[in-house]
Design a protein around this ligand. Structure first.
Ligand code: GLC
Ligand code: CA
Length: 558
């Protein structure tokens, strides 16, 4: 396997709106990001992925871009961005932008021109189709709920939007549009960004026959997923994209891919794949409901372990996955993956450990390093996220009471991860001197960066040690290139694996159970303990006892 510059890096996702506000308008900004670079460097972060900062009406929080060449003024200026690039470079850090090219904003000038003349030049940048008998061209349900087709007033035309109606899908069959996109991507790469996190990219290939599917919900619609899953040929588009852009710059790319077809792994992230890496969403996907959040499933430990082990084994001879426990589209990992009794400091550290030491690129999401949790919100009006409102409505339509629909949102809402970063124990967690755009989680008084920096047993101090271990001279190679070998894969409550490279070996043992557990493991006592979240470790000869929520990382036998 050819070594690449990004293989041994640790990445961190910033959700700029909620990271740090420097001018008191209640919204995080680029100056805020710049002022926290040292904090991130100290933590051990190399690559920073910024959720979108382009000009946007923020219907979907910046994932609706109205000008790809401008920084939205709520975040600052292009000069601020250039400063960020320069300051990151000084610290040997890399900036990765979010690339949202499946769709743009309905306020983008392309779409504004298209609306005026759906049959004209810009009409062909999008998917305009005539309806049949007063109905939309097909029965697709958009990802955010409701029809994926929106009528253009005063015409027979509808346009396709797989997400919100303010996010019209771009027509990837149009060479002119592709040329515009490639030019834009190269412009950012020329500027010095290290690469991109690529949004919703699997959706770019459409079945142009736009056939309807049998309805799968009470609204008579069928999820637009069905179309994505039924169509072939996305690979050709992706290859063309790579050849015309990323490849020339050795850019790092991490893709958001949900429904790859079987056996495509090598095409996606193999040595000559379309992308450097892609997120492993297998654990997250376990909770997907058949119709929406209202029938989503709580995650069982055995399934969690099974799917992660599967992804690890499947990918290790092919390439690198990007490992996460949460991002801006998901509730907090601690609440999602840990049973109630484990949603404490020990459990939080344990979950972080098993994730960060997997084979692949560790991605942390802002606040994960201090153990941030889901945020209680009392009324649907206080949710900002467009998706949450759509899912709330779907729950009501399916017969849920308002109270139960709200509970569905508490468990699943994307706003859980979007509440402002908690920097200290002053008002608003020190995030802003103004009124925060989204509620701050009331637990900020105990759970914040400043308090945790001053406590050597905090989650934050632990994450620092964990990342330092992963990047340490002695163990860097084995954590980066070492094979993943499952251990105790049928033992209830135990998440354990070995990372092995040449004569090096590291063992990670975690007890997700409520009770202590004794495991028999050859020569375990001869291994140095490199890290643990509960200092009292009971090892003797071939036996080790793990307390509830204890994790131990043991190194190569001396
Ligand atoms: C991706 C983003 C999400 C956004 C959607 C539409 O899934 O991560 O936040 O809403 O794409 O762009
Ligand atoms: Ca601000």
């Amino acid at each position: 396997m050819t070594k690449k510059w990004w293989h041994d890096k640790v990445a961190y996702q910033i959700y700029p709106k909620s990271f740090f506000d420097t001018n008191g308008d209640g919204i995080g900004d680029l100056k805020g990001v710049i002022s926290k670079l040292d904090y991130l460097k100290e933590l051990g972060v190399d690559i920073i992925w910024l959720s979108p900062i382009y000009q946007s009406p923020f219907v979907d929080q910046g994932y609706d871009i109205s000008d790809y060449y401008r920084i939205d003024e709520t975040f600052g200026t292009m000069e601020d961005f250039d400063t960020l690039l320069a300051e990151a470079k000084k610290r040997n850090m890399y900036i990765v932008m979010d690339l949202v090219i499946n769709h743009c904003s309905d306020q983008h000038q392309w779409f504004q021109k298209a609306l005026k003349d759906p049959e004209g030049e810009y009409g062909d940048y999008f998917y305009f189709r005539k309806g049949t008998n007063g109905n939309p061209p097909s029965n697709y349900r958009s990802y955010f709920g409701g029809s994926a087709w929106e009528k253009v007033p005063g015409t027979d035309y509808y346009y396709l939007h797989m997400f919100a109606k303010e996010q019209p899908d771009l027509n990837w069959n149009n060479p002119k549009l592709l040329n515009e996109l490639y030019t834009m991507i190269n412009w950012w790469l020329e500027k010095g960004v290290a690469g991109f996190r690529i949004d919703a990219i699997i959706n770019i290939k459409k079945d142009l026959s736009f056939q309807s599917f049998p309805p799968d919900g009470p609204d008579g619609l069928a999820s637009v997923w069905r179309m994505v899953e039924s169509v072939n040929g996305v690979g050709d588009l992706l290859e063309d994209l790579k050849k015309n852009t990323f490849e020339k710059y050795q850019a790092f790319t991490v893709a958001e891919v949900f429904n790859m077809k079987k056996d495509e792994l090598i095409e996606f992230v193999g040595e000559n794949g379309h992308f450097s890496t892609m997120f492993d969403f297998s654990a997250h996907s376990l909770s997907f409901g058949e119709h929406g959040w209202y029938d989503s499933n709580p995650i069982q430990f055995e399934d969690f372990r099974k799917v992660l082990f599967h992804s690890q084994l499947e990918c290790q001879d092919v390439g690198f996955l990007a490992n996460i426990i949460e991002n801006h589209d998901e509730p907090r990992g601690v609440n999602r993956y840990l049973p109630d009794y484990a949603q404490n400091q020990d459990g939080t550290k344990m979950l972080g450990t098993i994730s960060v030491l997997l084979r692949g690129l560790p991605f942390l999401y802002q606040g994960q390093e201090i153990g941030m949790q889901n945020c209680p919100i009392d009324s649907i009006e206080d949710y900002n996220d467009i998706n949450t409102h759509g899912e709330y409505q779907m729950a009501l339509d399916a017969g849920f009471t308002e109270e139960d629909a709200l509970q569905v949102c508490y468990i699943n809402s994307r706003d859980n991860a979007r509440t402002p970063m908690q920097w200290d124990d002053t008002v608003n967690g020190g995030f802003t001197s103004g009124k925060p755009w989204l509620k701050v989680n009331p637990n900020y008084k105990e759970l914040n960066v400043k308090t945790e920096l001053g406590d050597e047993n905090s989650v934050l101090s632990y994450y620092k040690k964990l990342i330092a271990l992963r990047k340490s001279e002695n163990y860097k190679e084995v954590f980066t290139y070492g094979t993943f070998v499952p251990i105790f894969e049928n033992e209830p409550d135990i998440f354990a694996y070995e990372r092995r490279l040449d004569n090096q070996s590291v063992i990670v043992l975690a007890n997700f159970g409520k009770e202590a557990k004794t495991l028999v493991l050859d020569q375990i006592a001869d291994r140095p303990v490199l890290l643990t979240n509960q200092p009292d470790v009971q090892i003797a000869d071939n036996q080790i006892t793990l307390k509830s929520c204890q994790v131990i990382v043991a190194g190569t036998t001396e």
